[in-house]
Unconditional design. Structure first.
Length: 341
């Protein structure tokens, strides 16, 4: 893989041929099934939907051979569930993880890392579907079990703490969330390193809750410093980089520079569409929602209302009528309804 560029025809051939070759050879040497999954893992597509389809297809094939309860097949199903969520189908991903967890518990120990990982994503997708209190309770339970298995300084323990603070914030307990992320940051730096994605994500949440607790100027400065470090460590198109840029655009709008904010959101909308390959991905819809808000702030109420109707309908389709994000879009639309359209 390090001997040619990703767009080289040889790379494109190997991407398809290597897993197929290993599949055929694994009929004689079952140890090659793990290599098959490893080669898929090393070559993710840029679009989450493509990865979802690829892993789902291989999970189906591996169910036939080496079998439904093989650790290899369970691992492929986990990757299919993971990429389903990354593609924006949060509810479907949660259901896939629930089914997977039931099967994992039959063949794996309750403390197996794969079991704990499935529990993590079930909790996480509950939260992304707007069930914040449920997500928080499940993450708190998972944290206790991960500490018992791994100890306080394990990366998965840090990640459980991260999600507890995340959903504290989503439950409206923003000061507790900010305090939690500030306490987490030195531990993540010590254990994972300054440039690790988890460290950068903790900094992103500190900047976010600084904003939400009433200091947009201070938050914009924090976001700017973070963006520079994220780009060096993660590149320009990483989802966390896009979130930071999104937050900065909205902060600029709040601080009075709506023209610049709208221009940046226009660019972000195109980049998120390219990144996710799905116009109904929640992050794409979120960008559209904030664009509509900025347009309303500029005085074009009719255009903003039309965009908000699209956002509300898209969120209802993807997340459900009672999801907090759907209700937020409807509330903003109701707010505009008193304006002369």
């Amino acid at each position: 893989m390090d001997q040619h560029a990703p767009d080289d025809v040889l790379h494109a051939y190997a991407e398809q041929a290597e897993p197929e070759h290993l599949w055929q050879a694994a009929g004689r040497d079952p140890s090659l099934y793990d290599r098959l999954l490893d080669c898929l893992e090393r070559r993710p597509a840029a679009e989450a939907a493509v990865n979802r389809a690829r892993w789902a297809a291989w999970a189906d094939r591996l169910t036939q051979r080496p079998g439904a309860e093989s650790p290899v097949t369970l691992r492929a199903r986990e990757r299919a569930a993971y990429w389903t969520g990354k593609a924006g189908a949060y509810g479907r991903s949660r259901e896939l993880y629930r089914d997977l967890l039931e099967d994992q518990r039959r063949v794996l120990a309750p403390t197996d890392q794969a079991v704990l990982e499935s529990r993590h994503y079930i909790a996480y997708w509950h939260g992304m579907l707007g069930r914040y209190a449920t997500a928080l309770a499940l993450h708190e339970e998972l944290l206790r079990d991960r500490i018992a298995v791994f100890g306080e300084d394990h990366a998965q323990v840090l990640f459980s703490r991260f999600n507890i603070y995340k959903f504290l914030g989503e439950c409206g307990r923003r000061q507790e969330a900010l305090d939690g992320f500030r306490a987490l940051l030195p531990d993540v730096r010590r254990i994972r390193g300054e440039d690790h994605p988890n460290t950068l994500l903790a900094r992103l949440n500190i900047a976010r809750y600084t904003w939400e607790l009433g200091d947009p100027a201070g938050s914009l400065a924090q976001h700017g410093e973070l963006l520079e470090d994220q780009r060096k460590a993660l590149g320009d198109t990483h989802p966390a980089v896009l979130i930071t840029r999104f937050n900065m655009a909205m902060l600029k709008a709040e601080l009075g520079d709506s023209t610049v904010a709208l221009a940046e959101l226009d660019i972000l909308l195109e980049e998120r569409l390219a990144r996710y390959g799905n116009p109904l991905h929640p992050e794409v819809i979120r960008t559209g929602f904030r664009r509509a808000q900025v347009i309303a702030r500029q005085g074009d109420v009719e255009r903003a209302a039309a965009l908000l109707r699209e956002v509300r309908d898209d969120r209802a389709q993807v997340l459900g009528e009672d999801h907090p994000d759907t209700l937020a879009a409807q509330a903003k639309l109701d707010e505009l309804s008193g304006t002369d359209l």
